[in-house]
Design a protein around this ligand. Sequence first.
Ligand SMILES: Cc1cc2nc3c(=O)[nH]c(=O)nc-3n(C[C@H](O)[C@H](O)[C@H](O)COP(=O)(O)OP(=O)(O)OC[C@H]3O[C@@H](n4cnc5c(N)ncnc54)[C@H](O)[C@@H]3O)c2cc1C
Length: 375
Amino acid sequence: MSASSVPDCLIVGGGVIGLSLAYELANHGATVEVIDRGPIGREASWAGAGILPPANLATAIDPLDRLRALSHQLYREWSDRLREETGIDNGYRECGGLYLARSVGEVASLHAFAAMLRELEIEIERLSLAEVAEMEPALRELATGELEAAYSLPGEAQLRNPDHLRALALACGQLGVQIRSNCEATGFDYSNGRMTGVRTNTGSLHADRYCLASGAWTQQLLKQLGVTTGIMPIRGQMVLFKCDTPPFSRVLNEGPRYLVPRDDGRVLVGSTEEEAGFDKSTTEEAIDELAALARQLVPALRAAPIENSWAGLRPGSFDGFPYIGQMPGLDNAFAAAGHYRSGLHMSPGTAVVLRQLILGEEPAIDLTPFRVGRG
Ligand SMILES: Cc1cc2nc3c(=O)[nH]c(=O)nc-3n(C[C@H](O)[C@H](O)[C@H](O)COP(=O)(O)OP(=O)(O)OC[C@H]3O[C@@H](n4cnc5c(N)ncnc54)[C@H](O)[C@@H]3O)c2cc1C
């Protein structure tokens, strides 16, 4: 796009949002540079579970549902393309999901959730307890015991975040995107309503346009530009079990907790929602609680060893909406952050609408509800 030596766009943050935007921009002919203060893709995007619940663009009205649905529609295509371009399988699987309830409160919220999905014409099926045991024999004990209600969502999918990030980074590199790790943005230069440079620990960098995709750390950077958002870190802890073979095949959800079966027998269990500042440590209490939940639901996990545990910082926002758009008062600066629990899911859609905005096209989704500077 640009004939000058500076890139068309400099992206601050090499998580799934920054890399997806870089991939999308580069696929549309833009020259792009991505910087990250650490290694690429090792923060929230690496830590997440990779659950992609179903969505329906034809019926979605709520702006968040529309962004989710646009992304959902794109995921299969992006996964196929990334596999062709890089040889990396990102683990995208339409494995389906089961939603489980063991208490009166959970049953009520599950029925409400099912009604909402039916309104959106998303396939969801109420299961008898016998059907649960038949579909997932690993849940037989639960189905004849504490389980009160269950639904099946055949359209739920999953991906393996670290593989998806590796594929995105490699595909970006093949498209000529410059990726710099260990390069931290520390400040900004701007004049006459335009950003003119990003100061980093390795010197100033310049581009025609700039985008902050710095996850939970975005507000710290925006503060320097006098822009206020409600982005804050929300810690999520995870436990990884290792089984010889996958004990079940669908994502199991109960309230905000879930178990994700990987092809190789690993089972990921998450997650907590904690305000702990920028502290990424795990706590014994949370890990024990997640492990106990997993063992209650799936007896096969009682004998399985815990292989690993970790925590990541989700970029939360005060109203649950991400911030996607132009920065107030700066024509050539943009932000994309605050995707909270759904940043992996919403990344392709975010990349597409922001690419459209940055390249001067009409975004496929109205971005007003996501405007930067609210809050
Ligand atoms: C435990 C857990 C489970 C989750 N499960 C799911 C799930 O199942 N499905 C789903 O869709 N989402 C899930 N999420 C949420 C999802 O992971 C996030 O919403 C998403 O990863 C956010 O992506 P990001 O690129 O904005 O942030 P990040 O991945 O955090 O990337 C931001 C990047 O910016 C860099 N950075 C920060 N400051 C600077 C600076 N000053 N200069 C340069 N670089 C900087 C960081 O180093 C980082 O690499 C989960 C999150 C967690 C923690």
